[in-house]
Design a protein around this ligand. Sequence first.
Ligand code: PEP
Ligand code: MG
Length: 578
Amino acid sequence: MEIRKGIPVSPGIAIAEAVVLDSKDWRIPRRAILPSQRDAEVQRVHQAFTDALKTLDTIEDRQTVDARSIKDIFAVHRRFLQDSSLRRRITQYITDELVTAEYAVSTILRDVAMHFASFKDRYIRERAADIYDIQRRLLEQLVGRVTAEVEHLEREVVVIAHDLTPTQTASFNKTYVRGFATDAGGRTSHTAIVARSLGIPAVVALEDITSHVTTESTVIIDGNRGVVVVDPDEATIQEYRDYAERLHRFETRLVALRDEPAVTRDGVHLTLLGNIEFPEEAALVKERGGEGIGLYRTEFLYLYGGTEPTEEDHYHAYAQAVQAFPDRPVVIRTMDLGADKVPSTQRPYREPNPVLGLRSIRYCLHHLSLFKTQLRAILRASVLGDVHIMFPLITNLQELRQARMILRDVMEDLDEEAVSYNPSMPVGIMVETPSAALTASMLAMHCDFFSIGTNDLIQYTLAVDRANEYVSSLYSFADPAVLGLLRHVIHDANKAKIGLTVCGEIASEPEYIMLLLGMGVRTLSLAPPMLPEVKQIVRSVTIEDCNDVARRVTAMEAQRQIKNFVRAAAAKILPEAF
Ligand code: PEP
Ligand code: MG
């Protein structure tokens, strides 16, 4: 039994057999197999060679250039793939060392490549590149097959991977993928956000969990405490089953709050909204007692499926979300593509710093026709309910003006076509960069509401990548600089009398709710599974208590001191949540 600690990103307990997903773009960790798995791994190697050869034939058939040099490369690759001594070395390595097919392929081919690279003869030396190419081809077969299997599972598993993209996570079938754990990732990475929305327990930033788990071994994922137990003994499994049962009872009690208002003990009403990535989740928000949608991350329409969404695809998705809340706000955020959210239909840009690059509103302004298609659909949906539109990652007034101008253009197009829309649909922005926070008073004059995106605001204020496990200890909401910016934005929004919501993950962290309320926040938007717990906290506090927490935090200088203080204050109110 082995216990490892990472960052808990999605609550819940999962106990199941593991499936380990290697990544062909990442080093393959050494992973042991059981003697009983040896034959199956050897068979996988033979299959991978056969399939790689077939793929090579297909690529060569499609080749239109008849150059001799290209033919030579194919011939070399074919020779290596047909070489029975190479296969024998790999399968022997599996048999002797009891390691996975992926590890054997990557190790043996790397040894062969290094051997070639050490030759004086230039022709032989250059064959090293071919060997690495063949290694990639074989890993593509091996890894690709397991990835495809995860998409078509028919048994319960937990997925262990180096990292997962938001799209991969979103494609998991919740019935069978009970949880996941990754080497990489951070608390507010988009993969974590998707896990939370789907209610799949997850732990990230375990650094080398992929080296410690063998496919088919039993793994416990504790998404509440950030713990992963590999090969647990019977007593530990029972302990976790009991804990899961206690959590389940606690949740059932909370769900009963669904129809109660989010009101503090001294009578102050709050609005609790839901964050969604897919339109079907709107129903979950309602079921969990949310009063509308505070953030619809529409970029997932582009991340899923192999084709670009049409105006009708957009419209149907928005109509479905509005249907769940015909009389309540539904805030549709225009696509926040770029950085870690790359559409499957576009080749990713080669950007040295994608998080500082062509993402979000910048991406929209760069792809006007894509942007206009989405705006048309949002405007058409605006007559179905209380639809709001929101632009992400606004960093200056020019960007907001430009986005609004394009929105006006699209309105004119719809006027000409006699298509109806709500001309006074509220227009808001995400405040998620220090520049937007510092110029909030100016931006407030040009929009109807702010939604504070703390996930990015923390990242950009503290210069800490939100998805990087190596700097995750520096990523904190409880930083005096972040809190200072938040106070500033709340003050400016109140002064301008415009709406204000906090929609970053912080709005679903039980320990920070009192602080947010004490700072003057009255609308929170969060992942649907967390709504009942946050409502319970709201109903357990008085605004006076919250004001006191916020006042005392103002005098504190250190992140850790603030974090410990707010946690202790919240734990007094709802000990079960900690
Ligand atoms: C945020 O940055 O806080 C936010 C809500 O947007 P996203 O997590 O989608 O970047
Ligand atoms: Mg953001």
